[in-house]
Design a binder for this molecule. Structure first.
Ligand SMILES: Cc1cc2nc3c(=O)[nH]c(=O)nc-3n(C[C@H](O)[C@H](O)[C@H](O)COP(=O)(O)O)c2cc1C
Length: 339
């Protein structure tokens, strides 16, 4: 079924390095059929010189799934976008928000907030090479920039280049003085800035990101913007994702409770283990699934002690699941995300 363009971005799960790898995305897809998933950021250098088969593998069951690229050279980005499309990604996203030292040395990521014309060139070059949507994820500004001007300038440049959607992490990044982690919490959130951007750009899908701690909170933002992107809350408490299809898309959840979703993951685990993947590589993403449910701590402990062994297999996971009290497998509602 072809979705209306604005439906496509309604609920997104953020790109997160070391977290949203292909196992994580497959697991998240069990919890929501409709959310748009994002890969970890992969730099153009890694795509061009690295182990592509490992970096860009994605399972058809993950769709829709976007590849996030890091880079600032239009030709390299266009080349990598085409490679990503070939691997099956159905969107290419450019990172204009990451403030790590590595990114600053390469003058990409959040650094690009100061180079809107170059970002426009990057988008135009990628658009010319791929058939799938090309999107950008940015901040409202960096360092001393005025978020009114900086975000308007970036938006104008990417809109002219034909960008298909803009995802805005609703806070500044400080390139000097704050760690990447602090840059996700310390600069204050400014949701109104993103709402104003949407009001001024009726035809460009705008997705709000940053500090969205529940699916209910996401639904409130959807009154003002086309989509919401959830990061840490989705990863640390994946049970929340079971509410996404009903609340954001008005269709039934794929499973009635987290335990049923976990059981449905077992065939995937068996398949991946047969290919040489370690159990922990998959189950590390599942640890927060039962937060607040009786047995959750024992579940996590079993996976932390037994699940990390080289010999761990699907039975280890089944044993961990048996520790969850099925009668109460729906977690209590928790409104805030653990730090
Ligand atoms: C562990 C981790 C890794 C991240 N890696 C990326 C990344 O590769 N690309 C990116 O654009 N943002 C990255 N982010 C930022 C998130 O995509 C998101 O913008 C940020 O966490 C704010 O959203 P949240 O408050 O819902 O978590 C990362 C965040 C975390 C916690």
């Amino acid at each position: 079924m072809k979705m209306k363009i604005n439906q496509r971005y309604r609920f997104c799960i953020a790109p997160m390095m070391e977290w949203t790898d292909r196992h994580c995305r497959y697991f998240h897809r069990m919890l929501t059929r409709r959310a748009l998933l994002y890969s970890e950021m992969i730099t153009t250098g890694a795509v061009i010189h690295g182990d592509r088969a490992r970096l860009l593998a994605c399972d058809p069951a993950e769709q829709p799934v976007a590849l996030q690229l890091g880079g600032c050279d239009p030709r390299a980005l266009a080349h990598c976008a085409a490679i990503g499309e070939g691997f099956g990604f159905t969107e290419i996203n450019l990172n204009v928000g990451c403030p790590s030292d590595r990114v600053q040395e390469g003058r990409f990521g959040a650094y690009l907030m100061a180079e809107p014309a170059l970002v426009g060139d990057c988008v135009a070059a990628m658009k010319a090479r791929v058939h799938v949507p090309v999107t950008v994820k940015c901040r409202i500004g960096v360092d001393e920039q005025d978020p009114e001007e900086a975000l308007d300038a970036l938006t104008a440049a990417v809109e002219r280049a034909g960008v298909d959607a803009l995802i805005v992490h609703a806070r500044k990044a400080w390139l000097k003085g704050l760690s990447p982690r602090e840059n996700r919490d310390v600069p204050p959130l400014d949701y109104d800035r993103v709402y104003r951007l949407k009001a001024a750009h009726a035809r460009l899908p705008i997705v709000l990101n940053g500090g969205v701690a529940s699916v209910e909170a996401a639904a409130e933002h959807l009154e003002h913007v086309d989509g919401v992107m959830m990061g840490r809350a989705a990863y640390q408490e994946p049970w929340r994702l079971l509410a996404v299809d009903a609340q954001a898309f008005g269709v039934p959840a794929p499973f009635s409770d987290p335990k049923a979703a976990a059981v449905a993951l077992i065939p995937y685990i068996e398949r991946e283990l047969a290919r040489g993947v370690r159990l922990h590589a998959i189950t590390r993403h599942v640890l927060g699934l039962f937060r607040g449910v009786p047995g959750a701590r024992a579940f996590r402990r079993h996976l932390a002690t037994q699940g990390v062994k080289a010999s761990a297999n699907a039975v280890t996971f089944r044993d961990a699941l048996a520790l969850i009290d099925s009668g109460q497998a729906a977690p209590r509602t928790v409104d805030t995300v653990a730090a």
